[in-house]
Design a protein around this ligand. Structure first.
Ligand SMILES: C[S@@+](CC[C@H](N)C(=O)[O-])C[C@H]1O[C@@H](n2cnc3c(N)ncnc32)[C@H](O)[C@@H]1O
Length: 387
């Protein structure tokens, strides 16, 4: 495709006028929305909501007073929800390269300021590309949290975006984002299809690439929070990508069929990554962490990712990477912690959390397939749970 950026700008200004024009469920949030977000949504202007094309929920907890950046904010739905969540002392910046989308977002600044009873607005919208945030005047080491909703798949240079996120986050900051993933390399033909790319499919991120780019940039290993299946209902698009076969309970057959049938499996998934400070010296050993509560909406248990839940008062043994992620982040104050002393007797039962270890290259492929499999399984179990 000659120019990915201008094709995407065309798609999100001329082709799509509202959520109803989408041809797949890729840019479409499915599943249940928490009550706290639903009540904020009531205050979001209908014109802003009509042009929402996100694929997940990008609202990690404990955002009050935070500075948050939304990459590819579109018409600003998530920016305005975040504006409410960070409160009047917090600040939210949205960046998007499509003028028509940014214009809709900007037109509703006053509306939301009044709705939220703020004396002055706490949001700002910048028109520009997310591959070079510092060129847009965005400061390095500035944001507590960076979010993004169904955008990184649309950029041809995903590595550049992840590197930029690392730069603009404060040490210990969190990158929390939903996006579209594919289980195999997508052919040049499909990548050149303007509709498939615009619908967030043929630019889908490969699992291997996420893990590679994130760890190379200096982030902790990405932690999968949640995942959803993507349905392709449009017959023309279905013919192009094939109808994938799923054996959600038999990993071997799932991998075998996906690779030899040529059919691509897509999921949307939400990951959280943490920027570890460069001078990190303190945490290179396992720690014992105890969640003490205090994270809003997670009084009894903090759902960290799809496998780890810190229950209030429970002693959890964490490897250095996980301990480092939690203890350098804004969640630190919600935990008590101490280095694990193998000679000491601890009161109470200790829960051991499995940490992903660095694997040799030949095993990385299997790790990523496993991640994809886990996301699919998570997606289908969540669907079963909801129905
Ligand atoms: C699928 S929409 C999602 C919009 C928004 N996050 C939402 O949830 O409604 C993708 C958005 O990303 C923007 N975008 C895609 N690539 C971009 C890039 N390289 N730089 C800036 N914005 C980009 C598009 O203009 C579009 O508004």
């Amino acid at each position: 495709m000659a120019n990915y950026h201008s094709n995407v700008q065309d798609y999100y200004s001329k082709e799509l006028k509202s959520t109803y024009d989408l041809k797949t469920s890729a840019c479409c949030t499915k599943g249940s929305t928490p009550h706290s977000i639903k009540s904020i949504l009531k205050d979001i202007h209908p014109d802003v909501q009509a042009k929402y094309y996100g694929c997940g929920l990008v609202f990690p907890p404990k955002l009050e007073n935070c500075k948050v950046l939304d990459l590819g904010c579109g018409s600003g739905r998530d920016v305005y929800i975040l504006s409410r969540l960070v409160g009047p002392q917090g600040f939210v910046v949205g960046v998007d390269m499509t003028k028509e989308q940014i214009d809709v977002a900007r037109q509703h600044i006053d509306y939301h300021m009044k709705k939220f009873n703020y004396k002055e607005s706490n949001v700002k919208f910048i028109e520009g590309k997310i591959e070079n945030l510092t060129a847009l005047g965005i400061n390095e080491n500035f944001f507590d949290v960076v979010v993004s909703n169904c955008v990184i798949n649309l950029t041809p240079d995903k590595k550049a975006v992840i590197n930029e996120v690392w730069k603009v986050l404060k040490p210990g900051g969190e990158f929390y984002f939903s996006d579209v993933y594919a289980d195999q390399t997508i052919s040049e033909d499909l990548r050149n299809n303007k509709i498939l790319w615009g619908e967030c499919l043929s630019g889908a991120i490969k699992w291997e690439d996420l893990v590679l780019y994130a760890t190379e940039a200096g982030f902790t290993t990405p932690r999968l929070v949640t995942a959803q299946q993507i349905d392709i209902t449009n017959d023309d698009l279905k013919k192009l990508v094939g109808t994938p076969v799923y054996f959600s309970k038999i990993l071997f057959f799932t991998i075998f069929f996906s690779h030899f049938s040529g059919n691509i499996r897509f999921v949307s998934a939400t990951f959280r990554l943490f920027k570890i400070p460069l001078n990190e010296a303190e945490i290179n050993i396992p720690y014992l962490l105890t969640y003490e509560s205090g994270i809003p909406d997670f009084e009894d248990a903090f759902l960290f990712d799809n496998t780890i839940t810190f229950k209030r008062g429970e002693l959890v043994s964490c490897g250095p990477t996980l301990a480092s992620a939690v203890l350098n982040s804004r969640y630190r104050d919600n935990f008590t912690f101490e280095p694990i002393d193998n000679t000491k007797q601890y009161d109470g039962q200790i829960v051991i959390v499995e940490e992903q270890k660095e694997r040799p290259v030949f095993l990385k492929y299997a790790t990523c397939q496993m991640l994809m499999f886990k996301a699919r399984r998570l997606a289908s179990s969540l669907m079963e749970y909801r129905t």
